[in-house]
Design a protein around this ligand. Structure first.
Ligand code: FES
Ligand SMILES: [Fe+2]
Length: 444
């Protein structure tokens, strides 16, 4: 394992040419929600893995995720006219299709070799794929493009059974993601004082869960075992490469849910959240409750955000922010709610955005100051594994050659049972926690 500051650099830097940036570029990534773009409608400004992009839906309904700036004189294509199957720069009229092909250069007299000129002036246009209410994008080398989206069940369910959302987190992706595989924090930051009979009860009795990690084809699956009455409360969470969680625990409407932590750049992240019901659609009431901000997504508004260098992106902006102390209520903290902060994501994001910063690196934690304990086992395993995968890729070993990005969708679970052994739990509840495991080796 690399020394911790070197490990931290590999883990957190995602721009073009970095080891982690290259690893992310081997997977289909979520770019935006499908309903954010309508045919011939307004484009959406994005930054993904440090690259500035615009997304637009053309006249025929195809979505393009293309370079943000016009190659003529670097004008922002965001202001372009989205018409007749392409985006036309309003400065001098150059026009591009969803794949980045140059269709027109109206401010020159067409030369004899016009087709060759246009071919030379194409822009980046990444392959896209719409599924699960999300526009997915692939930003890696053409010949390495995976045939499948990350193996998660929600992506192929009818849209009435799925709820997806996205919003801005002002931190590096890794500390956001690490919160997903940190089962111990539930008892504290998400805890309530009078928990008897609430959905929180199962994790309020024991704040020091035992963690068991097992490698899967998609990433890993881990169990957090808490003592609960005469048995155990098990919370089984999966990690699907490169940055998705699947968790089955503690949701009043019985949803399975999770998040994907898409790096905008080294300092900002777009959190994608999904939840789904396996067998039935959500009621209007359930959707309304979900959108109220009590868990994921947080209370938020659609808006524009200026990144560190001033570049604007179009995203969803949480209402509880660093500037308003996440609306913490100290009275609530003393009486009924452990954190004093309203929503579950407000709680997580409030802590993750404020973690000790690495010198000169806004939004990135300085992991040299941490002291990890036993209940942080899954975090440590994930870091080691993803850094190893990034290093392996530097040496020419593709993640797909190590079994990743393939396999069955991975499931998750939250339940009370007398079973104490993780392997036994996985066997008994194999149907509820489907996963494939090429390596078949426990990680700890
Ligand atoms: S800058 Fe876009 S056409 Fe001139
Ligand atoms: Fe949390």
């Amino acid at each position: 394992m690399a020394k911790s500051d070197e490990m931290n650099t590999i883990l957190t830097r995602v721009g073009p040419g970095t080891p982690m940036g290259n690893l992310f570029r081997r997977f289909w990534l979520p770019a935006l929600l499908g309903n954010e773009v309508i045919p011939d409608g307004q484009p959406v400004r994005l930054r993904i893995l440090g690259e500035d992009l615009v997304a637009f839906r053309d006249t025929s309904g195809k979505v393009g995720v293309v370079e943000a700036y016009c190659p003529h004189r670097a004008a922002p294509l965001y202001f372009g006219r989205n018409e007749e199957c392409g985006l036309r720069c309003v400065y001098h009229g150059w026009k591009y299709d969803v794949s980045g092909n140059c269709l027109d250069i109206p401010n020159i007299i067409p030369p004899d070799n016009f087709e060759a000129v246009k071919a030379r002036l194409r822009i980046i246009g990444y392959p896209t794929w719409e599924a699960g209410g999300v526009v997915w994008v692939y930003m890696g080398p053409k010949e390495k493009k995976p045939e499948a989206l990350p193996p998660m069940e929600w992506i192929s369910l009818p849209e009435t059974q799925v709820h997806v959302s996205r919003w801005l987190q002002r931190s590096n992706w890794a500390q956001g993601f690490e919160g997903e595989i940190d089962s111990a924090h539930l008892t504290f930051i998400h805890g309530v004082t009078n928990y008897e009979g609430t959905v929180q009860e199962v994790f309020m009795h024991d704040g020091a869960p035992e963690i068991f990690v097992r490698e899967t084809d998609g990433g890993f699956i881990y169990g957090a075992r808490r003592k609960y009455r005469d048995g155990y409360y098990w919370r089984v969470t999966a990690w699907v490469l490169p940055m998705w969680s699947v968790t089955g625990a503690f949701h009043p409407d019985k949803s399975i849910h999770g998040r994907g932590w898409l790096p905008i750049d080294d300092e900002h992240t777009c959190t994608f959240a999904y939840k789904f019901l396996k067998d039935e659609g959500y009621t209007a009431e359930q959707i309304e409750k979900t959108n109220s901000g009590w868990s994921f997504p947080p209370r938020m508004t659609k808006g524009t955000y200026a990144l560190t260098d001033g570049t604007l992106i179009d995203t969803f902006l949480p209402i509880a922010t660093r500037e308003n102390d996440y609306l913490i209520d100290r009275e609530l903290q003393k009486t009924t709610k452990y954190s004093g902060i309203y929503g579950i994501n407000d709680e997580d994001r409030g802590i993750q955005e404020g973690m000790r910063r690495a010198p000169g690196r806004q939004g990135t934690i300085d992991r040299r100051f941490e002291n990890l304990v036993r209940s942080d086992a899954a975090i440590l395993a994930a870091r080691q594994k993803i850094v190893r995968l990034a290093q392996n890729l530097e040496n020419g070993i593709e993640p797909v050659d190590q079994g990743f990005g393939k396999g069955k969708p991975t499931g998750a679970l939250g339940m009370v049972t007398p079973i104490a052994d993780f392997e036994e739990l996985l066997t008994v509840y194999a149907e509820l926690i489907p996963h494939t495991n090429a390596a078949a080796a426990p990680l700890n």
